[in-house]
Design a protein around this ligand. Structure first.
Ligand SMILES: C[S@@+](CC[C@H](N)C(=O)[O-])C[C@H]1O[C@@H](n2cnc3c(N)ncnc32)[C@H](O)[C@@H]1O
Length: 296
């Protein structure tokens, strides 16, 4: 079982604020929104809940791409169990309200409610009170993914729809694992175990089963390529290694500052050895997301 606490996510919220618009997570978000909208148009939504919303990227993308079709009566709930992440959503809402003086988009931002909410126990959200749920790269990282899916099912109204995702493959984790094998033995320390995500969330067949177990129907699943494209490998590696993101803290937590610097150096070397360079000279760390959508 994976154990990443809300305090762990709080630690990395500042780095999410800096780089989330360039992160590979925005690709699955856009596709999840399309899948939701195809199953039941967002124009009919009574309430849209962004579960494990992080800095609010999915909510922002829904407003950016579909505001014309969303009624101002629609509630927009953005929930995360990390207070640091919820603060980012509140800040984003404040910024948007300041930027947009009038208009429909502004009206929708006034409807955004940031919430501290655990995906595996969403008790503040009433049964059958939400028409659409988006949960990008969340359920498989919780301590009890099946309970998180069941909670989303509970709060959905009859015929309500949910879209969620996980990772099948992340080249950045593979590169980190190789870097870890090079760093720790010379320090006389054991190589820390890479965090393991539940295998049943790493394939389209597996994710389909997770939704079916919770009684979802009309399930559709697919893979989506979501690479990290890195024009400046040194700058990005420095950011990544110091981000406090659970993706790297399994290595960096066991290292002092000099160790983190060495990890950064080794990571850069491994990326150069393992990853392709695109036509613009940027390194491409491939990532494959698994997407699923279903109806209650
Ligand atoms: C990989 S990030 C994705 C964030 C956001 N959905 C996005 O696409 O940018 C995972 C998020 O899930 C949140 N999270 C993890 N476990 C959670 C739980 N049990 N309940 C609520 N949020 C959780 C983390 O705090 C973090 O913000």
């Amino acid at each position: 079982m994976l154990k990443v606490s809300s305090a762990d996510w709080d630690k990395t919220s500042a780095s999410y604020a800096q780089h989330s618009s360039k992160s590979p997570t925005s690709i699955p978000i856009q596709r999840l929104i399309e899948l939701l909208d195809t199953l039941t148009p967002l124009s009919t939504a009574s309430a849209i809940l962004d579960v494990g919303c992080g800095p609010g990227a999915a909510t922002a993308q829904i407003i950016d791409t579909h505001s014309a079709n969303i009624d101002t009566a629609t509630q927009l709930l953005a929930g995360d169990f990390s207070i640091g992440m919820v603060r980012l959503v509140s800040q984003l809402r404040k910024t948007k309200l300041a930027e947009l003086s009038v208009g429909h988009e502004r009206d929708l931002w006034t409807r955004v409610t940031p919430l501290v909410l655990d995906a595996t126990d969403m008790r503040p959200v009433l049964d059958e009170s939400v028409s659409h749920i988006i949960a990008n790269l969340v359920f498989f990282m919780t301590e009890n993914p099946a309970k998180a899916v069941a909670e989303s099912y509970r709060v959905l109204s009859q015929n309500g729809v949910m879209a969620c995702s996980s990772w099948a493959r992340m080249a950045w984790m593979e590169c980190l694992a190789i870097a870890a094998e090079r760093i720790f033995p010379p320090l006389g320390k054991p190589v820390p175990a890479m965090p393991q995500f539940p295998v049943q969330w790493a394939s389209v067949e597996g994710i389909e089963q997770q939704l079916a177990n919770a009684k979802f129907r009309d399930i559709h699943t697919e893979y989506t390529q979501a690479p990290i494209v890195i024009p400046n490998l040194e700058a990005w590696s420095h950011f990544f290694m110091n981000s406090g993101n659970p993706a790297v803290s399994w290595i960096t937590d066991d290292l002092d500052d000099a160790g983190v610097q060495e990890a950064e150096k080794q990571f850069i070397q491994v990326v150069k050895e393992q990853c392709e360079v695109n036509e613009n000279g940027a390194y491409v760390l491939s990532g494959t997301a698994v997407l699923a959508v279903g109806r209650k």
